[in-house]
Design a binder for this molecule. Structure first.
Ligand code: OSB
Ligand code: MG
Length: 374
């Protein structure tokens, strides 16, 4: 395809309620979108970088700079034979995977429209519906957690994940498990513990959780491997898995028994599919993580989750859990069985509300393909 124009925009959108993890609290999202025009069609991608470099090194501002000065010009400079070629086109730029992912995913979004197939099908998806869970942030009291869990279970969600950190763990798990002894439960520490906390982490085993997500350092495999030997509960890695090679290393070292695939964290759909595939070959289940995305990133997560090895409920949940009004229509909704239906229409299957996007935009840049007049 011949790309004509790339628009980068930053939107500011308040979350309907704050989301707190072990690394901080988010009340308003700064959303960076890539809009790519080619052959009369428009593809959209969402950058999952955070406002601060707390989850990963990237931020909205680093992604903005790298997309504007490096990635978008490279993409606009030539023909893109297939979206799977994007990693090669971006190959000179080291890191900045969330920035790369936003652009690459917009190209996949475009390609699906050009081929007139659902994005899920273009990615190799096989599911009609995907199983959904929720991630419940750190709250100011146990009562508030209980109320959240109760509400989400009533809505049908199949798995509850509790954000945790030292001082916000055993008491919370005890309260939730006493009230709901058999629900699918997990926790996510976002690297809040250290290897010396091994004994403490062993005491999580009695809650019979599906997994404990990223207990230790974001750049570690070795100590997770040592820790996994001491735990009955499966470790799931999130932050540590940046690409297919990391997944291979982690699985060979037995650093985890489950992998959270986030399309932004690994740099786009190509690498997300590659991570999915190596896990699948080793019979390691994966699930799709979330990064408080708007409908564009959410639609892309739904499409990715339709791949065969996404057997566990993901952190892909209804638009209304995050936004007063999402920027897509229809919004993403979850059935009472805790499932999202994978769209069967061409492309991402959710229309972008361009007027709303325009209204929420706080900065915008345009990158045009060079017109070579010979
Ligand atoms: O670690 O999975 C995480 C949100 C922001 C940053 C990191 C994480 C999360 C979540 C929320 O858990 C998932 C979601 O509901 O989008
Ligand atoms: Mg996580």
């Amino acid at each position: 395809m011949k790309i004509e124009t790339i628009f980068l925009r930053e939107l500011r959108i308040p979350l309907i309620r704050p989301f707190e993890t072990s690394f901080g609290c988010t009340t308003e999202r700064r959303i960076l979108l890539a809009e790519i025009r080619a052959e009369g069609l428009t593809g959209w991608g969402e950058c999952t970088a955070g406002e601060h470099p707390y989850f990963s090194e990237e931020t909205v501002d680093t992604a903005w700079t790298v997309m504007l000065t490096e990635l978008a010009p490279s993409l606009a400079a030539g023909d893109v034979a297939h979206p799977g070629k994007c990693p090669q086109i971006f190959g000179r730029v080291r890191g900045h995977r969330m920035a790369k992912g936003a652009l690459e995913n917009a190209v996949w979004d475009l390609q699906a429209q050009m081929d007139d197939v659902p994005l899920a099908r273009l990615l190799g998806g096989v599911r009609d519906v995907i199983p959904c869970g929720v991630s419940i942030g750190i709250q100011s009291s146990i009562e508030l957690v209980m109320a959240e869990v109760e509400k989400e279970l009533a809505a049908g969600y199949q798995r509850i994940k509790l954000k945790c950190k030292p001082g916000w763990d055993l008491e919370v798990f005890t309260a939730v498990r006493e009230r709901w002894p058999s629900i699918m439960l997990s926790c996510d520490a976002n690297s809040a513990y250290r290897f010396r906390d091994s004994k403490h982490l062993q005491s999580f085993d009695k809650f019979e959780m599906l997994m404990i997500e990223q207990p230790l350092w974001a750049d570690d495999f070795y100590f997770h491997s040592m820790l996994q030997k001491q735990l009955q509960t499966s470790i799931c890695l999130d932050e540590s898995i940046r690409n297919r090679r990391d997944a291979l290393a982690a699985l060979d070292m037995e650093s985890c028994r489950i992998i959270n695939v986030k399309v932004g964290r690994v740099g786009g759909f190509s690498e997300a599919i590659a991570v999915h595939n190596v896990a699948h070959e080793r019979r390691i289940p994966v699930w799709c993580g979330g990064m408080l995305e708007t409908g564009i990133g959410r639609a892309h997560n739904v499409a990715l989750s339709s791949l065969e090895n996404f057997t566990l409920p993901g952190d892909v949940s209804a638009s209304s859990r995050y936004w007063a009004e999402d920027i897509i229509e229809p919004e993403v909704t979850v059935s009472s069985a805790g499932e999202i239906r994978v769209p069967e229409t061409s492309g991402r299957g959710f229309e972008v509300k361009t007027e709303l996007v325009e209204r929420l935009t706080v900065r915008k840049e345009t990158i045009r393909a060079l017109e070579l007049v010979l």
